[in-house]
Design a binder for this molecule. Sequence first.
Ligand code: GAP
Length: 449
Amino acid sequence: MASQPDVMDKLVSLCKRRGFIFQSSEIYGGTGSVWDYGPLGVELKKNIKDRWWNAMVRSRDDIEGLDAAILMHPRTWEASGHVAGFVDPLVDCKTCKGRFRADKLEDARCPQKPSKIPGQHDACQLTEARNFNLMFKTYMGALEESASIVYLRPETAQGIFVNFLNVQQSMRQKVPFGIAQIGKAFRNEITPGNFIFRTREFEQMEMQFFVEPGTDMEWFEQWKQLRMEWHLALGLSPERLKFHQHGAGELAHYARAAFDVTFDFGGTLGFQEIEGVHNRSDFDLTQHQQFSNKKLEYYDQLNNKRYVPYVIETSVGADRVTLAALVNAYREESVEGEDEGRVVLGLHPSIAPIKAAIFPLTKKDGQPDMARRIMNDLRGAFTVDYDESGSIGKRYRRQDEVGTPFCITVDGQSTGDDTVTVRERDTLAQERVSAGQLKGYIASRVLGG
Ligand code: GAP
């Protein structure tokens, strides 16, 4: 039985209507499982990425940032094991032309008879399973020949591995230390779907922490806990988060141990991976040493020894966390004394796309001027919105639906005593605040955590 309600269809519609997320190339009928972030979506995702960057890079002196290129030398992907091993088993149905993952048939539906899984309906004609590589291939330079094949990276991690010594030496870091980056990754998924949950173009936030062999499992435990705490601090409900440990058959080709942070997306989707914490041992650095013929060892001066570090990786999808934050935040509720209920995105204030909306109660008596003055004053510090159309109730509803934590109203009293009312999204409590103190008032509530 589903533990949490299924809000996905309502969210997809809200996201389009209110400028969070649009289907890519919609006017041409859309591109398969690729999405564009609209004005509010780009703010939400950026806020999530900023929180990750602040937690992983800016607030620590043992992690450095990096922004490596998407296109890498093709040998990278031979060394990493992706050319040979980044495959899903694929079956085709000769009748309906559907394509399914052979190892996930039980999760799929026969397009002609959705009550059955592919292969169970009399008309199904499934082919033998064959391996399908998930990397997108393209050509570098003018010649479309095999010598110029390059891949769109399927994970950002390899850009970190090949720069291990560049970063370590230029920043004079000592093991243990980490390298973090945020960037696009591409996978030609056979069964993408569930909105932005599994897409073919997505963003990863990855960190590789280089440690001395033998200390790896200690660091692995530490990073597991730290990453769970990060998701909780983002406002995801504790009851919707849990770890899933990979069994021997589930481990990726590079992993010695792996835990997923899973989130309950509700409905039939239920608990799904949003982040992976992996012990990659010295697999990647050793492979790159062999394929590049360049040493990727760390010299521990203090103990006068050389070794190839082990790597603890934390890998989280920016889009998946954005979806988790939206699902977690969506609620419908009735309001006391009002006939109409409201839809609220109860996002953590630090990730809300708009921090404060400013309304003049009426369009006269200098109220719009004062409201605009306040908006311009707050604009340097926060994302703000100005709205003077419709009743105050309607304006509140519009902001609740996109998760704005504070609505500021300029009324008849405001122009006289320079105070405004601030209404809080979740409690509906209203407070009179001096206009000059608004910045501090909002900052203390928005920036915390
Ligand atoms: N470097 C390790 C790695 O890439 P992964 O478990 O394949 O590990 C890590 O991916 C995270 O990237 C996932 O937990 C998920 O959040 C995100 N991710 C992976 N494939 C995705 C896809 N097709 N669409 C959206 N996010 C994806």
